[in-house]
Design a protein around this ligand. Sequence first.
Ligand SMILES: Cc1cc2nc3c(=O)[nH]c(=O)nc-3n(C[C@H](O)[C@H](O)[C@H](O)COP(=O)(O)OP(=O)(O)OC[C@H]3O[C@@H](n4cnc5c(N)ncnc54)[C@H](O)[C@@H]3O)c2cc1C
Length: 403
Amino acid sequence: MTVTAPRALVSGASIAGLSTAFWLGRAGWDVQVVERFGAFRDGGQNIDVRGAAREVLDRMGLAEAVRRQSTTEEGTSVLDGAGRVIARFPVEDPDGPTAELEILRGDLARVILDQLPDRVCVRYGEQIETVRDEGSHVEVTLRSGAVAQYDLLIIAEGVRSRTRDLVFGSAVSRRELGLTMAYGTIPRTADDDRWWRWYSAPGGRQITLRPDNRGTARATLAFTSREQNLADLPLDQARAELRRTFQDAGWQADRVVAGFESFDDVYVDHLTQIRLTSWSKGRICVTGDAAWCVTPLGGGGTSLAMVGAYVLAAYLSRAQFAELGAALARYEAWMRPLIEDAQKLPPGTPGLFYPRSEVGVRVLRLAARIGSLGVLRKLTSRIGHVARAGQALPSMNIEQNVR
Ligand SMILES: Cc1cc2nc3c(=O)[nH]c(=O)nc-3n(C[C@H](O)[C@H](O)[C@H](O)COP(=O)(O)OP(=O)(O)OC[C@H]3O[C@@H](n4cnc5c(N)ncnc54)[C@H](O)[C@@H]3O)c2cc1C
Protein backbone atom coordinates (compact mmCIF):
# COMPACT_ATOMS: atom_id res chain seq x y z
CA MET A 1 0.00 0.00 0.00
CA THR A 2 1.41 3.42 -0.88
CA VAL A 3 0.88 6.16 1.66
CA THR A 4 0.78 9.69 0.25
CA ALA A 5 3.15 12.07 1.96
CA PRO A 6 1.50 14.91 3.91
CA ARG A 7 1.69 18.26 2.13
CA ALA A 8 2.57 21.63 3.63
CA LEU A 9 2.62 25.14 2.23
CA VAL A 10 5.18 27.43 3.87
CA SER A 11 4.76 31.13 3.21
CA GLY A 12 8.02 33.14 3.50
CA ALA A 13 11.50 31.96 2.49
CA SER A 14 13.77 33.52 5.09
CA ILE A 15 15.29 31.79 8.14
CA ALA A 16 12.02 30.53 9.70
CA GLY A 17 10.40 29.40 6.44
CA LEU A 18 13.51 27.74 4.97
CA SER A 19 14.36 25.99 8.26
CA THR A 20 10.80 24.67 8.57
CA ALA A 21 10.88 23.43 4.96
CA PHE A 22 14.29 21.82 5.57
CA TRP A 23 13.03 19.80 8.55
CA LEU A 24 9.58 18.91 7.19
CA GLY A 25 11.23 17.72 3.97
CA ARG A 26 13.58 15.55 6.05
CA ALA A 27 10.55 14.20 7.92
CA GLY A 28 9.05 13.06 4.63
CA TRP A 29 6.56 15.86 3.92
CA ASP A 30 6.09 17.38 0.48
CA VAL A 31 6.69 21.07 0.98
CA GLN A 32 5.86 24.03 -1.24
CA VAL A 33 7.44 27.33 -0.18
CA VAL A 34 6.18 30.64 -1.57
CA GLU A 35 8.16 33.86 -1.23
CA ARG A 36 6.74 37.28 -2.08
CA PHE A 37 10.07 38.55 -3.42
CA GLY A 38 10.94 37.73 -7.02
CA ALA A 39 14.24 35.99 -6.17
CA PHE A 40 16.28 34.71 -3.24
CA ARG A 41 16.68 37.54 -0.69
CA ASP A 42 20.37 37.89 -0.02
CA GLY A 43 20.16 40.98 2.17
CA GLY A 44 20.64 41.50 5.86
CA GLN A 45 23.45 42.11 8.24
CA ASN A 46 25.24 40.27 11.03
CA ILE A 47 23.11 37.79 12.95
CA ASP A 48 24.13 35.00 15.27
CA VAL A 49 23.26 31.43 16.17
CA ARG A 50 22.82 31.03 19.92
CA GLY A 51 21.59 28.70 22.61
CA ALA A 52 19.57 25.69 21.44
CA ALA A 53 19.95 26.87 17.83
CA ARG A 54 23.59 25.73 17.91
CA GLU A 55 22.36 22.19 18.58
CA VAL A 56 19.74 22.55 15.81
CA LEU A 57 22.43 23.72 13.38
CA ASP A 58 24.56 20.70 14.31
CA ARG A 59 21.60 18.37 13.68
CA MET A 60 21.11 20.06 10.31
CA GLY A 61 24.73 19.25 9.53
CA LEU A 62 25.35 22.92 8.72
CA ALA A 63 27.56 24.09 11.59
CA GLU A 64 30.77 23.78 9.55
CA ALA A 65 29.26 25.65 6.58
CA VAL A 66 28.24 28.48 8.94
CA ARG A 67 31.70 28.58 10.53
CA ARG A 68 33.29 28.83 7.08
CA GLN A 69 31.25 31.98 6.41
CA SER A 70 31.95 33.60 9.77
CA THR A 71 32.03 37.39 9.80
CA THR A 72 35.29 36.93 11.81
CA GLU A 73 34.23 39.31 14.56
CA GLU A 74 36.62 39.11 17.53
CA GLY A 75 34.41 40.71 20.15
CA THR A 76 32.36 43.74 21.15
CA SER A 77 33.78 47.07 22.29
CA VAL A 78 32.21 50.20 23.73
CA LEU A 79 33.60 53.61 22.73
CA ASP A 80 33.76 56.99 24.44
CA GLY A 81 32.81 60.34 22.91
CA ALA A 82 36.16 60.56 21.09
CA GLY A 83 35.78 57.06 19.63
CA ARG A 84 38.35 55.49 22.02
CA VAL A 85 37.69 51.98 23.32
CA ILE A 86 36.64 52.03 27.00
CA ALA A 87 35.31 48.48 27.39
CA ARG A 88 36.00 45.20 25.61
CA PHE A 89 34.05 41.93 25.54
CA PRO A 90 36.13 39.43 23.53
CA VAL A 91 34.51 36.18 22.34
CA GLU A 92 34.95 33.93 25.37
CA ASP A 93 31.38 32.68 25.81
CA PRO A 94 29.61 31.06 22.80
CA ASP A 95 26.56 33.23 23.54
CA GLY A 96 28.33 36.46 24.61
CA PRO A 97 27.65 39.90 22.99
CA THR A 98 29.62 38.65 19.97
CA ALA A 99 28.60 35.01 19.68
CA GLU A 100 30.80 32.12 18.60
CA LEU A 101 28.71 31.71 15.42
CA GLU A 102 28.34 35.06 13.63
CA ILE A 103 27.19 35.13 10.00
CA LEU A 104 25.42 37.47 7.57
CA ARG A 105 21.65 36.80 7.41
CA GLY A 106 21.76 36.26 3.66
CA ASP A 107 24.65 33.76 3.98
CA LEU A 108 22.75 31.73 6.58
CA ALA A 109 19.60 31.72 4.43
CA ARG A 110 21.69 30.57 1.44
CA VAL A 111 23.36 27.77 3.45
CA ILE A 112 19.91 26.39 4.40
CA LEU A 113 18.46 26.92 0.90
CA ASP A 114 21.34 24.96 -0.68
CA GLN A 115 20.64 21.94 1.53
CA LEU A 116 16.85 21.74 1.15
CA PRO A 117 15.70 18.16 0.56
CA ASP A 118 14.47 17.33 -2.95
CA ARG A 119 10.85 17.20 -1.84
CA VAL A 120 10.90 20.92 -1.05
CA CYS A 121 10.07 23.34 -3.87
CA VAL A 122 10.55 27.12 -3.54
CA ARG A 123 8.56 29.50 -5.75
CA TYR A 124 9.56 33.17 -5.82
CA GLY A 125 7.33 36.12 -6.72
CA GLU A 126 4.30 34.35 -5.31
CA GLN A 127 2.08 34.95 -2.31
CA ILE A 128 -1.18 33.91 -0.72
CA GLU A 129 -4.32 35.85 -1.63
CA THR A 130 -6.99 33.89 0.28
CA VAL A 131 -7.04 30.97 2.69
CA ARG A 132 -9.90 28.66 3.66
CA ASP A 133 -9.61 26.00 6.32
CA GLU A 134 -11.96 23.23 5.18
CA GLY A 135 -11.34 21.00 8.19
CA SER A 136 -9.89 18.11 6.18
CA HIS A 137 -7.43 20.42 4.36
CA VAL A 138 -6.54 24.09 3.78
CA GLU A 139 -7.41 25.63 0.43
CA VAL A 140 -5.20 28.47 -0.72
CA THR A 141 -5.56 30.85 -3.65
CA LEU A 142 -2.26 32.33 -4.75
CA ARG A 143 -1.69 35.69 -6.42
CA SER A 144 -0.85 33.91 -9.70
CA GLY A 145 -4.41 32.54 -9.63
CA ALA A 146 -3.37 28.98 -8.74
CA VAL A 147 -5.60 27.20 -6.24
CA ALA A 148 -4.14 24.35 -4.17
CA GLN A 149 -4.91 22.20 -1.16
CA TYR A 150 -2.57 21.33 1.67
CA ASP A 151 -2.68 19.43 4.94
CA LEU A 152 -1.05 22.34 6.76
CA LEU A 153 -0.26 26.00 6.08
CA ILE A 154 2.74 27.46 7.93
CA ILE A 155 3.04 31.23 7.94
CA ALA A 156 6.67 32.40 8.24
CA GLU A 157 6.34 35.88 6.73
CA GLY A 158 8.18 37.89 9.39
CA VAL A 159 7.01 40.64 11.70
CA ARG A 160 4.72 42.37 9.19
CA SER A 161 3.05 39.19 7.96
CA ARG A 162 -0.06 39.83 5.87
CA THR A 163 -1.38 36.26 5.88
CA ARG A 164 -1.07 36.09 9.68
CA ASP A 165 -3.18 39.23 9.97
CA LEU A 166 -5.68 37.78 7.52
CA VAL A 167 -6.03 34.54 9.51
CA PHE A 168 -5.62 35.72 13.11
CA GLY A 169 -7.06 39.25 12.76
CA SER A 170 -7.56 41.07 16.05
CA ALA A 171 -5.83 38.27 17.99
CA VAL A 172 -2.49 39.71 16.82
CA SER A 173 -1.15 42.15 19.37
CA ARG A 174 1.74 44.48 18.65
CA ARG A 175 3.99 46.19 21.17
CA GLU A 176 5.97 49.00 19.59
CA LEU A 177 9.19 49.56 21.55
CA GLY A 178 9.86 53.13 20.40
CA LEU A 179 13.17 52.29 18.74
CA THR A 180 14.13 52.38 15.07
CA MET A 181 17.14 50.48 13.72
CA ALA A 182 18.58 50.84 10.24
CA TYR A 183 21.12 48.26 9.11
CA GLY A 184 23.31 48.65 6.04
CA THR A 185 26.58 47.91 4.26
CA ILE A 186 29.23 50.61 3.92
CA PRO A 187 32.71 50.69 2.32
CA ARG A 188 35.47 49.43 4.63
CA THR A 189 38.33 51.74 5.58
CA ALA A 190 41.90 50.90 6.63
CA ASP A 191 41.28 51.71 10.31
CA ASP A 192 38.23 49.44 10.66
CA ASP A 193 39.06 46.60 13.03
CA ARG A 194 37.41 43.19 13.55
CA TRP A 195 35.35 44.30 16.55
CA TRP A 196 31.70 45.25 16.92
CA ARG A 197 32.12 48.86 18.00
CA TRP A 198 29.29 50.60 19.91
CA TYR A 199 29.05 54.35 20.16
CA SER A 200 26.21 56.19 21.95
CA ALA A 201 25.26 59.82 21.46
CA PRO A 202 22.74 61.95 23.35
CA GLY A 203 19.26 62.11 21.88
CA GLY A 204 18.75 58.33 22.25
CA ARG A 205 21.11 57.62 19.31
CA GLN A 206 23.54 54.78 18.76
CA ILE A 207 25.94 53.86 15.96
CA THR A 208 27.59 50.47 15.61
CA LEU A 209 30.15 49.14 13.12
CA ARG A 210 30.92 45.47 12.51
CA PRO A 211 33.26 43.50 10.26
CA ASP A 212 32.03 41.14 7.56
CA ASN A 213 33.58 38.48 5.29
CA ARG A 214 33.11 40.48 2.08
CA GLY A 215 35.63 43.30 2.40
CA THR A 216 32.95 45.80 3.43
CA ALA A 217 31.71 46.91 6.87
CA ARG A 218 28.24 46.59 8.40
CA ALA A 219 26.69 49.50 10.25
CA THR A 220 23.64 50.17 12.38
CA LEU A 221 21.99 53.50 13.13
CA ALA A 222 19.51 53.22 16.00
CA PHE A 223 17.44 55.92 17.67
CA THR A 224 14.51 56.15 20.05
CA SER A 225 11.35 57.56 18.58
CA ARG A 226 7.69 56.96 19.24
CA GLU A 227 6.30 59.06 16.40
CA GLN A 228 8.44 58.19 13.38
CA ASN A 229 8.14 54.84 11.65
CA LEU A 230 10.84 54.87 8.99
CA ALA A 231 10.18 51.20 8.20
CA ASP A 232 7.05 52.25 6.31
CA LEU A 233 8.78 54.97 4.23
CA PRO A 234 10.31 54.58 0.76
CA LEU A 235 14.08 54.01 1.17
CA ASP A 236 15.04 57.49 -0.12
CA GLN A 237 12.87 59.20 2.46
CA ALA A 238 14.10 56.90 5.23
CA ARG A 239 17.71 57.76 4.29
CA ALA A 240 16.94 61.50 4.37
CA GLU A 241 15.42 61.11 7.86
CA LEU A 242 18.48 59.18 9.03
CA ARG A 243 20.74 61.96 7.72
CA ARG A 244 18.71 64.57 9.63
CA THR A 245 18.58 62.52 12.85
CA PHE A 246 22.32 61.74 12.91
CA GLN A 247 23.72 65.02 11.58
CA ASP A 248 25.34 66.05 14.89
CA ALA A 249 25.78 62.59 16.46
CA GLY A 250 29.60 62.62 16.17
CA TRP A 251 32.07 59.74 15.71
CA GLN A 252 31.45 58.08 12.30
CA ALA A 253 27.85 59.27 11.81
CA ASP A 254 28.62 61.13 8.55
CA ARG A 255 30.49 58.14 7.11
CA VAL A 256 27.66 55.71 7.90
CA VAL A 257 24.92 58.01 6.58
CA ALA A 258 26.90 58.54 3.35
CA GLY A 259 27.60 54.79 3.12
CA PHE A 260 23.91 53.96 3.41
CA GLU A 261 23.32 56.23 0.43
CA SER A 262 25.72 54.24 -1.75
CA PHE A 263 24.29 50.73 -1.09
CA ASP A 264 20.73 49.53 -1.65
CA ASP A 265 20.57 46.88 1.05
CA VAL A 266 19.50 49.20 3.89
CA TYR A 267 17.00 47.35 6.11
CA VAL A 268 14.93 49.53 8.45
CA ASP A 269 13.08 48.07 11.42
CA HIS A 270 10.69 49.92 13.77
CA LEU A 271 11.03 47.47 16.63
CA THR A 272 7.72 45.76 17.38
CA GLN A 273 7.06 42.70 19.47
CA ILE A 274 4.37 40.36 18.19
CA ARG A 275 2.20 38.45 20.65
CA LEU A 276 -0.47 35.88 19.89
CA THR A 277 -2.37 33.87 22.49
CA SER A 278 -2.22 30.88 20.16
CA TRP A 279 0.13 30.10 17.27
CA SER A 280 -2.29 27.87 15.45
CA LYS A 281 -5.84 27.79 14.26
CA GLY A 282 -7.07 24.52 12.78
CA ARG A 283 -4.70 23.60 9.96
CA ILE A 284 -2.85 26.90 9.95
CA CYS A 285 0.08 27.84 12.15
CA VAL A 286 2.61 30.65 12.47
CA THR A 287 6.31 30.52 13.25
CA GLY A 288 9.36 32.81 13.50
CA ASP A 289 8.95 36.58 13.71
CA ALA A 290 5.40 36.33 12.34
CA ALA A 291 4.41 34.43 15.50
CA TRP A 292 6.55 36.00 18.22
CA CYS A 293 8.92 38.70 16.98
CA VAL A 294 11.20 39.41 19.95
CA THR A 295 13.13 42.23 18.16
CA PRO A 296 16.90 42.75 18.48
CA LEU A 297 16.25 44.18 21.96
CA GLY A 298 15.05 40.77 23.13
CA GLY A 299 17.78 39.22 20.97
CA GLY A 300 18.16 35.88 19.24
CA GLY A 301 15.30 36.27 16.71
CA THR A 302 17.16 34.16 14.15
CA SER A 303 18.05 31.49 16.71
CA LEU A 304 14.44 31.30 17.91
CA ALA A 305 13.26 30.98 14.30
CA MET A 306 15.61 28.00 13.80
CA VAL A 307 14.64 26.33 17.07
CA GLY A 308 10.92 26.93 16.41
CA ALA A 309 11.21 25.37 12.94
CA TYR A 310 12.91 22.28 14.35
CA VAL A 311 10.45 21.83 17.23
CA LEU A 312 7.42 22.30 14.96
CA ALA A 313 8.69 19.76 12.44
CA ALA A 314 9.76 17.33 15.18
CA TYR A 315 6.26 17.14 16.66
CA LEU A 316 4.67 16.98 13.20
CA SER A 317 7.06 14.18 12.23
CA ARG A 318 5.72 12.06 15.06
CA ALA A 319 2.03 12.84 14.63
CA GLN A 320 -0.49 10.76 12.83
CA PHE A 321 -2.83 12.86 10.72
CA ALA A 322 -5.61 12.90 13.28
CA GLU A 323 -3.14 14.27 15.84
CA LEU A 324 -2.18 17.43 13.96
CA GLY A 325 -3.80 19.66 16.60
CA ALA A 326 -1.96 17.87 19.39
CA ALA A 327 1.37 18.26 17.57
CA LEU A 328 0.79 22.00 17.12
CA ALA A 329 -0.12 22.34 20.80
CA ARG A 330 3.10 20.55 21.84
CA TYR A 331 5.18 22.81 19.55
CA GLU A 332 3.63 25.81 21.25
CA ALA A 333 4.08 24.44 24.79
CA TRP A 334 7.77 23.75 24.07
CA MET A 335 8.50 27.17 22.54
CA ARG A 336 6.46 29.50 24.80
CA PRO A 337 8.91 29.72 27.73
CA LEU A 338 11.79 30.72 25.41
CA ILE A 339 9.70 33.39 23.74
CA GLU A 340 8.32 34.81 26.98
CA ASP A 341 11.86 35.00 28.32
CA ALA A 342 13.11 36.87 25.22
CA GLN A 343 10.14 39.27 25.20
CA LYS A 344 10.59 40.21 28.86
CA LEU A 345 12.65 43.39 28.73
CA PRO A 346 14.34 45.06 31.70
CA PRO A 347 12.33 48.01 33.10
CA GLY A 348 13.34 51.29 31.42
CA THR A 349 14.08 49.66 28.03
CA PRO A 350 14.91 51.13 25.56
CA GLY A 351 15.53 54.52 27.28
CA LEU A 352 18.11 53.15 29.70
CA PHE A 353 20.29 51.79 26.89
CA TYR A 354 19.62 54.74 24.53
CA PRO A 355 19.83 57.76 26.87
CA ARG A 356 18.66 61.16 25.72
CA SER A 357 20.93 63.28 27.93
CA GLU A 358 24.73 63.71 27.93
CA VAL A 359 24.77 62.60 31.60
CA GLY A 360 22.79 59.46 30.72
CA VAL A 361 25.31 58.61 27.98
CA ARG A 362 28.20 59.03 30.46
CA VAL A 363 26.48 56.74 32.98
CA LEU A 364 25.93 54.11 30.27
CA ARG A 365 29.62 54.21 29.26
CA LEU A 366 30.71 53.96 32.90
CA ALA A 367 28.40 50.95 33.40
CA ALA A 368 29.91 49.28 30.31
CA ARG A 369 33.44 49.99 31.56
CA ILE A 370 32.73 48.50 35.00
CA GLY A 371 30.84 45.58 33.45
CA SER A 372 33.88 44.70 31.33
CA LEU A 373 36.24 44.34 34.27
CA GLY A 374 37.37 41.02 35.77
CA VAL A 375 34.65 38.60 36.83
CA LEU A 376 31.91 41.13 36.05
CA ARG A 377 32.60 40.62 32.33
CA LYS A 378 31.22 37.08 32.51
CA LEU A 379 28.03 38.38 34.16
CA THR A 380 27.59 41.19 31.60
CA SER A 381 28.09 38.68 28.78
CA ARG A 382 25.03 36.80 30.01
CA ILE A 383 22.88 39.51 28.38
CA GLY A 384 23.42 37.46 25.22
CA HIS A 385 22.01 34.28 26.78
CA VAL A 386 18.81 33.81 24.81
CA ALA A 387 17.14 30.87 23.09
CA ARG A 388 18.46 28.63 25.87
CA ALA A 389 16.06 25.79 26.57
CA GLY A 390 15.71 24.19 29.97
CA GLN A 391 14.53 21.03 28.20
CA ALA A 392 15.96 18.66 25.60
CA LEU A 393 15.00 19.17 21.96
CA PRO A 394 12.24 16.75 20.91
CA SER A 395 13.36 13.89 18.68
CA MET A 396 12.60 14.01 14.96
CA ASN A 397 11.43 11.07 12.85
CA ILE A 398 13.62 11.42 9.79
CA GLU A 399 12.38 9.77 6.60
CA GLN A 400 15.11 7.43 5.30
CA ASN A 401 16.69 8.09 1.90
CA VAL A 402 15.73 11.77 1.86
CA ARG A 403 18.21 14.07 0.27
C1 LIG B 1 16.03 41.07 3.69
C2 LIG B 1 16.07 40.93 5.20
C3 LIG B 1 17.10 41.55 5.92
C4 LIG B 1 17.15 41.42 7.30
N1 LIG B 1 18.19 42.03 7.96
C5 LIG B 1 18.28 41.90 9.30
C6 LIG B 1 19.38 42.49 9.99
O1 LIG B 1 20.24 43.12 9.40
N2 LIG B 1 19.43 42.35 11.34
C7 LIG B 1 18.47 41.65 12.03
O2 LIG B 1 18.56 41.54 13.26
N3 LIG B 1 17.43 41.08 11.40
C8 LIG B 1 17.31 41.18 10.05
N4 LIG B 1 16.25 40.61 9.40
C9 LIG B 1 15.24 39.91 10.20
C10 LIG B 1 15.68 38.52 10.61
O3 LIG B 1 15.92 37.72 9.45
C11 LIG B 1 14.56 37.90 11.43
O4 LIG B 1 14.31 38.70 12.58
C12 LIG B 1 14.83 36.48 11.97
O5 LIG B 1 15.82 35.80 11.25
C13 LIG B 1 13.54 35.65 11.92
O6 LIG B 1 13.27 35.33 10.58
P1 LIG B 1 11.85 35.09 9.92
O7 LIG B 1 12.10 34.11 8.83
O8 LIG B 1 10.84 34.77 10.96
O9 LIG B 1 11.41 36.51 9.34
P2 LIG B 1 12.07 37.37 8.14
O10 LIG B 1 13.54 37.17 8.11
O11 LIG B 1 11.56 38.74 8.29
O12 LIG B 1 11.48 36.71 6.79
C14 LIG B 1 10.17 36.79 6.34
C15 LIG B 1 10.16 36.34 4.90
O13 LIG B 1 8.80 36.29 4.44
C16 LIG B 1 8.67 36.98 3.21
N5 LIG B 1 7.30 37.48 3.13
C17 LIG B 1 6.76 38.54 3.79
N6 LIG B 1 5.46 38.66 3.49
C18 LIG B 1 5.15 37.64 2.65
C19 LIG B 1 3.96 37.22 2.02
N7 LIG B 1 2.81 37.86 2.19
N8 LIG B 1 4.01 36.12 1.21
C20 LIG B 1 5.19 35.43 1.01
N9 LIG B 1 6.35 35.81 1.60
C21 LIG B 1 6.33 36.89 2.42
C22 LIG B 1 9.73 38.06 3.29
O14 LIG B 1 10.08 38.56 2.02
C23 LIG B 1 10.87 37.31 3.97
O15 LIG B 1 11.63 36.58 3.03
C24 LIG B 1 16.15 40.69 8.01
C25 LIG B 1 15.13 40.07 7.30
C26 LIG B 1 15.07 40.18 5.90
C27 LIG B 1 13.94 39.49 5.15
